[in-house]
Design a binder for this molecule. Structure first.
Ligand code: SF4
Length: 87
């Protein structure tokens, strides 16, 4: 396929469990490159795909995703490196 991205085997996977999100906006403040609140005021990962009610995005560097995950008061942001959960 000619998808033109590395989504098939990313180094890191960033996941938000939107069902747990309390719309506090902390992740957006900590990592506006990746996170925003959507029209439902739930956390959305920019450019992600929706899996169930989660957002998932494969990325090659963790950037500020770990900052966002650590800042989330309900721990509903997760970051995986090579399939291993970092947070
Ligand atoms: S920090 Fe957590 S609870 Fe707050 S908006 Fe982001 S994902 Fe939702």
């Amino acid at each position: 396929m000619n998808s033109g991205n590395s989504d098939d085997n990313p180094k890191f996977l960033v996941v938000v469990e939107r069902d747990k999100c309390t719309s506090c906006g902390t992740c957006e403040d900590a990592c506006p490159e990746l996170f925003e609140l959507d029209s439902e005021s739930l956390a959305h990962i920019k450019g992600s795909k929706r899996v169930g009610n989660n957002d998932e995005l494969g990325v090659e560097t963790e950037d500020c995703s770990l900052d966002a995950a650590e800042s989330c008061p309900v721990m509903c942001i997760h970051v995986y490196e090579d399939g291993e959960e970092l947070i």
